[in-house]
Design a protein around this ligand. Structure first.
Ligand SMILES: Cc1cc2nc3c(=O)[nH]c(=O)nc-3n(C[C@H](O)[C@H](O)[C@H](O)COP(=O)(O)OP(=O)(O)OC[C@H]3O[C@@H](n4cnc5c(N)ncnc54)[C@H](O)[C@@H]3O)c2cc1C
Length: 428
C-alpha cells in the first residue's frame, strides 16, 4: 500500500455505511491509504431494530470477513414461519430450510439489526486500534457540498459543527431511503421520483417474552390489510412485534404518511386505535400494552428505491439510499459495500475515483436489477383487504405449506438465487 491518502466520507452509520467503513478500514489489498470519516445523524449509534436476513452474495461477504460463525452464533433462534388467522390459529407452516443456499422465510443468518450494526461498528473500532485511519462522528450531517471545478475533490459543509468543512476524494450516501445526501448528489427532485411506495406501513418494537412464546415467527393477517408479527429474540427475554397496515394499492396513504412523520407518541396512539378496534383477537391486549412500554419503537413506510444512476463523479449511493428492496435490502447493502471497497482498493491515484465508482455500478447493478424490480410477494397479496381475500390467501399458504414448496418461500422473501452472479474477487 502506498502512503498516498484517499479521503472518504460516508454519510449514515446503518448496515450499509458501517459495512463500507469496516471493509475500507480493514484495508484489504488497498493501493492507497484510506482515511475514512463515517458520520451519523443520530447522536448515538442506532443499534435498534428487529430481524434482518443475510442472503445471497452477502453470505459470501460475511464468510470473507471471517464472520460466518459469529453471525450464526447471534441467530435469533427462529425456527420457521407459522401463518395465523386473526384468532391466532395456525393455517400454514414453513420451517427454516437449514440450507444457506436455499433459505426459507426464516434465514439461516437471521440476526437483529442492532446486533449486526453493533458488530460492524465494533469491527471499525478494532481496525482503528490496529492503526486504520477511521473516525466515526455521531450527531453530524452534511449541510451542502459541491464538486471542485478542477475535479480534484468534493467540498463538504457540515451542519452541526462537529467536523470542519473540508474536501474529500470520495463521498458516499448511505443514509437510508430518504437519503438527503442522494439529493445533494443528484438534485432534490430525484428523491421522490425514484422512491416507490409499497403501501405497507410498519411499526416495530420489542416486548417481554412470556411462557408459551416459542421459537417461531407468528404472522397473523386480518382484514382490512392489517397484520401482527411476533418473532423470537435469542436473549430469551424479549420478542419482536411488528404491527403493519397495508393499503389496497401500492401508493402513499396521506393519513399514514402524516403518522410516519409524527412523533412516537402519536404513532403509538394511532396504532393502538387501529389494532384495538380490529377483528384480531390474538394477544392484542398484550401487544398494545407492550407498544405503550416499548423504548425501541420505530415506524416506517416500506418503500423501494430505484435510481437510474448510483455514481456521479466522486460521489456514489449505497444501500437503501440507492436500491432499497424489501426482504433483501440488508444483503444488497452489504454486498454493495464490498463492491465499492473492492473497486476503490484497485486505484493508485485520486484521479481514478470516478472510474472506480462507475466500475462499482457496472459490476453490481446487473445483480441488483434482478432483485430490485418489484416486491416479489406483493404486500397487497400478503395483506388482504377483505375476509374473503384473507381466506383465499390462507388456503393457498396452507396448500404450499402442506406440499412443502420451500422454493416459493425463498423466492418470496428475496431469494438466494444469484442467477450466476458472484461477488467479484479483489484478492481479499
Ligand atoms: C432505527 C432503524 C431500525 C430498523 N429496523 C428494521 C427492522 O426491524 N427490520 C428491517 O427489515 N429493516 C429495518 N431497518 C432498515 C434496514 O436496516 C435497512 O433497510 C437495511 O439494513 C439497509 O441499511 P442502510 O444502511 O442502507 O439504511 P438504514 O438502516 O436506514 O441506515 C441509514 C442510516 O443513515 C442515518 N442517516 C439518515 N439521514 C442522515 C443524514 N442526513 N446524515 C447522516 N446520517 C443519516 C440513519 O440514522 C441511519 O443510521 C431499520 C432502519 C433503522 C434506521
Amino acid at each position: 500500500m502506498s502512503e498516498q491518502p484517499l479521503s472518504i466520507l460516508i454519510s449514515g452509520a446503518g448496515v450499509a455505511g458501517a459495512s463500507l467503513a469496516l471493509l475500507l478500514a480493514r484495508q484489504p489489498g488497498f493501493k492507497m491509504q484510506p482515511i475514512i470519516t463515517l458520520i451519523e445523524r443520530s447522536s448515538v449509534p442506532r443499534t435498534t431494530g428487529q430481524s434482518l436476513d443475510i442472503r445471497g452474495p452477502a453470505v459470501d461477504m460475511i464468510k470473507k470477513l471471517g464472520w460466518e460463525q459469529e453471525v450464526k452464533s447471534r441467530h435469533t433462534t427462529e425456527k420457521g414461519l407459522a401463518m395465523l388467522n386473526g384468532k391466532g390459529k395456525t393455517v400454514a407452516y414453513f420451517p427454516a430450510s437449514g440450507d444457506a443456499k436455499a433459505q426459507s422465510a426464516t434465514s439461516e443468518y437471521e440476526i437483529l439489526r442492532g446486533e449486526l450494526t453493533e458488530m460492524l461498528l465494533n469491527g471499525v473500532d478494532e481496525s482503528k486500534e490496529k492503526g486504520a485511519k477511521v473516525q466515526v462522528v455521531y450527531g453530524e450531517t452534511i449541510q451542502g457540498m459541491e464538486d471542485r471545478a478542477d475535479g480534484t475533490g468534493v467540498d463538504v459543509h457540515f451542519a452541526r459543527g462537529k467536523l470542519e468543512d473540508q474536501k474529500y476524494d470520495v463521498v458516499v450516501a448511505a443514509d437510508g431511503i430518504g437519503s438527503p445526501t442522494r439529493g445533494f448528489i443528484f438534485g432534490k427532485d430525484d428523491m421522490s421520483a425514484h422512491t416507490h411506495p409499497s403501501g405497507l406501513y410498519l411499526g416495530f418494537y420489542s416486548i417481554p417474552r412470556i411462557p408459551g412464546d416459542d421459537q417461531l415467527w407468528h404472522w397473523a393477517t386480518f382484514p382490512p390489510g392489517l397484520a401482527i408479527h411476533l418473532r423470537p429474540h435469542r436473549n430469551g427475554k424479549t420478542m419482536g412485534v411488528y404491527l403493519s397496515l397495508c393499503n389496497a394499492k401500492k401508493e402513499r396513504n396521506p393519513d399514514l404518511e402524516a403518522i410516519v412523520h409524527a412523533d412516537v407518541a402519536t404513532q403509538k396512539q394511532y396504532l393502538r386505535q387501529r389494532f384495538q378496534s380490529s377483528v384480531c383477537t390474538w394477544q392484542v391486549k398484550r401487544f398494545l400494552d407492550g407498544l405503550d412500554a416499548a423504548d425501541d419503537f420505530y415506524m416506517t413506510h416500506w418503500c423501494q428505491v430505484r435510481t437510474p444512476q448510483w455514481a456521479r463523479g466522486r460521489c456514489v449511493t449505497l444501500g437503501d439510499a440507492a436500491f432499497a428492496t424489501m426482504g433483501i435490502g440488508t444483503s444488497l447493502a452489504m454486498a454493495g459495500a464490498y463492491c465499492i471497497a473492492g473497486e476503490l482498493s484497485k486505484i493508485t491515484s485520486s484521479d481514478q475515483v470516478p472510474q472506480a465508482l462507475q466500475s462499482y455500478e457496472s459490476v453490481y447493478r446487473p445483480f441488483v436489477e434482478t432483485k430490485n424490480m418489484d416486491f416479489p410477494l406483493g404486500p397487497q397479496i400478503a395483506n388482504p383487504q377483505s375476509a374473503w381475500g384473507n381466506w383465499i390467501f390462507h388456503t393457498i399458504l396452507w396448500l404450499l405449506g402442506t406440499l412443502r414448496v420451500q422454493a416459493l418461500a425463498s423466492w418470496a422473501f428475496g431469494g438466494d438465487d444469484s442467477g450466476g452472479w458472484k461477488l467479484p474477487e479483489y484478492g481479499w
